[in-house]
Design a protein around this ligand. Sequence first.
Ligand SMILES: C[S@@+](CC[C@H](N)C(=O)[O-])C[C@H]1O[C@@H](n2cnc3c(N)ncnc32)[C@H](O)[C@@H]1O
Length: 346
Amino acid sequence: MTSSANVHCTNATDKQISYAKNSSLRKKVLLKTRPFLEDIIKAMLSKMVPVPCIKVADLGCATGPNTFFPTCEIVDIVTRICQEAHCESPELQVFLNDLPQIDFNTVFKSVPPFNGRPCFIAGVAGSFYQRLFPTNSIHFVHSSYSLHWLSKVPGEVENKRNVYIAKSNPPNVSKAYFEQFRNDFSSFLRFRSEEMITGGRMLLTFVGRSITDPTSKDCCAIWGLFTKSLLGVYSQGLVCESDVDSFNVPYYHPCKEEVREIIETTFKMNWDFEDDICNENFVFENSKSGRNVANCIRAITESLIVSHFGDTIIDNLFSRYAQHVGEHLSYEKTKMVTIVVSITMK
Ligand SMILES: C[S@@+](CC[C@H](N)C(=O)[O-])C[C@H]1O[C@@H](n2cnc3c(N)ncnc32)[C@H](O)[C@@H]1O
């Protein structure tokens, strides 16, 4: 199998099911986190020595209608706070980061005018699980709906007939997924701590789970139905057994206790972790949204699936998946939990 770190990125705008057209849920999440964004920027500016330029990083920006949404919000918030304080707005330099496979040309072609305010955009291609910026250079880090993607599938997971954690797996599968998340998230935090200035802030939003049990239906159902769809394609003889057994998604839904523990262990000494992890629930409940959910998952996983199975099964797999999700939603609501974390560099 190709390394998932190299193949996982959202579908480009020219794809039949593009991320650009299937990112409305992410927009809702961004709108819900706006008050956090405002409070954090206000707190950061109030404690910071005035600087001519504030440097911002948006990690996992993707290509689509949401790419510039956080940047526009940040520009508006900084401008308004400065107007209210009767001081001059600093210039903003915003680094948009994602994996090198995304279409950065489309991103650069769609830079908005920011109402004439001074905001300079740069693209930074690379994994956020590595160093991306010079030491002590960034004031504010934002990342939305990206950190639940692992750098790779955890090694040695014995979940042959499942693509993710499931009740039927041996317990070491969920442990291996958590360990991979712990490694990845600690690396992310460590590298950002090197790159950020003292007093800098981070706002991180990602998919999580509300229940401590990692095999709970709330977080595993979406991949359980995907597994069912893949096994349907397998029963038609369209994919081979060893490919099905070796396919796993590099994804993890942490609970807030796990996130808190990793942050506290990583930053025992030099970070101040604000106690404001919160949960926002989005509930899928309309059976007609089976197609919408399938399209959302397709827009973010197609490259991963094609690299493992080839592209001939994609339509078949996702029409099965839409049907399974639709049936599931007609008798059961599925909650999606979002974890919001705010961290200050001491
Ligand atoms: C679901 S999209 C979220 C996009 C956008 N931030 C939003 O809120 O709508 C997740 C993005 O994270 C990117 N991503 C995943 N793993 C990454 C990594 N290790 N480094 C940088 N970007 C990554 C993917 O390529 C994808 O564009």
